[in-house]
Write a protein that binds this ligand. Structure first.
Ligand code: NAD
Length: 371
């Protein structure tokens, strides 16, 4: 059984799907390991740090000889063409927005595990790549905002008087938002959190933050948020506007599965913000939580600097790769027994994560879009 990791080709991507410590653990599962030359370089894992691993220069010959291919980002449909029929691919896939890739995987009879589909259940936490990457992204978003602020986060007493602690507001308290709250608190800011799921109130309090209670409960299916009605949006706006106006730094992280990022801050609210304030819009890639956000750009809009970062985990490529690679290892342990592949399709984690198998698209949501 050969497991191979490719070098990421997307611009700006610095992560790798396989780190040396995981390569060693895979060998203990009874598989051999191969790596595209230089795949770990941008996460600071040079080829020589992968022991007993075949380093292969040519991506296509690497992939053609592999039983399981590992990647971070959705690979190109062309690469799927060189895979062995019936082989396995493990990667983020985002099938709804990559229909040609999904069709290629289906036609080549690839069993494809989409890491974004790992179910959010306790047993699967160690495989939950969305969470591992979101944790690092939430941390980094606060640091990124901080270096763009004209002030510090903590209260500080100096010979010429005291500096007040900065006010940080985090909007959307999922995995990334909670980590952002924790990070801002550790750096000494006065923190406030807001989410449409009331259960996040206790989580915010446990991280030393106040919770902005808008009185709106939009808990949707599976514990995720649903979209707000127009009346709810108006109610939320009336409560939130003063908190937005008081903030020195805002980190927005709101997402609704399968939808455009919800709009949390509009131009009127930005106009009332403090001069020198900063917004880090983690929803930038999904369309932005903030009016005027441009993905990949930093813009001054009236009093406020709006940062629309893309691929935050990639800035922390060493540890983002380490966590992602361990998420994959935990999945591999479910499908490799005594050096042999065993796909138990009755297992909830396997069934929900597979998007293509045996010539079919096995995820209903993806099939509805692609076929
Ligand atoms: P996400 O990235 O999908 O969304 C971020 C946050 O935005 C969520 O907390 C959501 O409630 C919030 N949001 C959506 N619309 C909003 C709006 N209009 N205003 C303010 N906030 C808004 O979130 P996530 O981190 O992927 O996780 C969300 C859910 O998944 C939670 O229920 C969480 O407990 C659950 N989860 C479970 C597991 C597990 O059991 N293994 C792991 C991770 C997450």
């Amino acid at each position: 059984l050969t497991i191979a990791a490719i070098r990421e080709k997307d611009e700006g991507e610095r992560r790798v799907a396989l780190v040396p410590v995981v390569a060693e653990r895979i060998k203990r599962l009874g598989a051999s390991v191969a790596l595209e030359a230089g795949a770990g370089l941008t996460s600071y894992f040079p080829d020589a740090t992968y022991k007993d691993t075949s380093i292969v220069e040519d991506e296509k010959s690497l992939v053609a000889s592999a039983d399981i291919v590992l990647a971070v980002n959705p690979p190109s449909p062309d690469l799927v063409q060189v895979m062995k029929p019936g082989a396995i691919l493990i990667s983020f896939i985002y099938g709804r927005t990559h229909p040609d890739l999904v069709k290629a995987l289906r036609d080549k009879k690839i069993s494809c595990f989409a890491m974004e589909q790992i179910p959010r259940i306790s047993r699967a936490q160690a495989m939950d790549a969305l969470s591992s990457q979101a944790t690092l992204a939430g941390y980094y978003a606060v640091l990124l905002g901080t270096v763009h602020m004209p002030k510090i986060l903590p209260m500080m007493t100096t010979a010429v008087g005291s500096l007040r602690a900065a006010q940080v507001l985090v909007m959307g308290l999922g995995v990334a938002g909670l980590q952002a709250l924790a990070t801002a608190h550790r750096l000494g800011a006065v923190t406030e959190g807001y989410d449409v799921r009331p259960e996040t109130k206790d989580e915010a309090h446990s991280l030393g933050a106040k919770f902005v209670d808008t009185g709106v409960d939009a808990t949707g299916q599976g514990g995720y948020a649903r979209e707000l009605t127009d009346a709810e949006k108006a109610k939320v706006k009336s409560v939130l506007s003063d908190h937005i106006a008081r903030a020195d730094l805002i980190v927005t992280t709101a997402a609704v599965p399968g939808r455009r990022a919800p709009r949390l801050i509009d131009a009127d609210q930005i106009a009332r913000m403090k001069p020198g304030s900063v917004i880090v819009d983690m929803g930038a890639e999904g369309g932005g939580n903030c009016e005027g956000t441009k993905a990949g750009e930093t813009l001054q809009v009236g009093p406020t600097l709006i940062i629309g970062p893309t691929n935050l985990p990639s800035y922390l490529s060493e540890q983002a790769s380490e966590l992602y690679s361990k998420n994959i290892l935990n999945l591999l342990e479910q499908i490799i027994k005594d050096g042999k592949l065993t796909l138990d399709l009755t297992d909830e984690v396997i069934a929900k994560t597979l998007v293509t198998h045996d010539g079919k698209i096995t995820n209903d949501g993806v099939r509805a879009v692609v076929e």
